[in-house]
Ligand binder design. Sequence first.
Ligand code: SAH
Length: 225
Amino acid sequence: METTNGASRGDAYAAAREAMVRYQLQRRGITDARVLQAMREVPRHLFVPPEWRDEAYEDRPLPIGEDQTISQPYMVALMVQSLGLKGHERVLEVGTGSGYQAAVLSRLAAKVYTVEYFATLAERAREVLRRLGYDNVEVIVGDGSLGLPQYAPYDGIIVAAAAPRVPPPLKEQLADGGRLVIPVGDALAQDLLIITRHGETYQEERSVPCRFVPLLGQEGWDAAC
Ligand code: SAH
């Protein structure tokens, strides 16, 4: 049954979700209790196309249309955990896709702005987020490679698509002490970077190797190709 905050306890997929948390997340070092709880609650199967519903809790990305994918559960948990959210933050996500990661973020931060390049995907995500009651998420259609200056600064920024380099506007839109999580590399392989802002200094840490769909737009592959 769905509740107003989107938590679905006792639905047909609750056991699959619990197994996902235990075997895909906890075993691989996801330790933040709030992140684990959010992943236990958000009904991932409602964010994938109906024909993929039974695969929703498998250890991989799935197609969502427009040649795009919903990220692997572990990658969502790792990126979100990397932001170190406590609950009061304003977060920007670049690449709404299905809206799933935005829903997870909405459980962990005060406000989530998420930008999607394709209006079709944004519309679908907006509708499922509204239906499930995730009302602290705002979906905006646009080129998120430029960030979202109108609501900056952000305590956390997650980019869910692979960038050729770190887009300068995203660094500029970080609050002091804020973190940016972004896959950077070429089209086939990237490293997940975690960048923390201290005043005008940016500290960069390399997390895991990963593979995301390409970041489009001005600071994405449009300009690089
Ligand atoms: N976070 C998503 C996964 C998204 S996959 C989820 O939970 O389902 C990456 C998404 O980034 C795709 O939907 C793609 O259309 C979008 N994207 C790519 N370049 C973008 C850009 N410049 N601005 C906004 N969205 C972009």
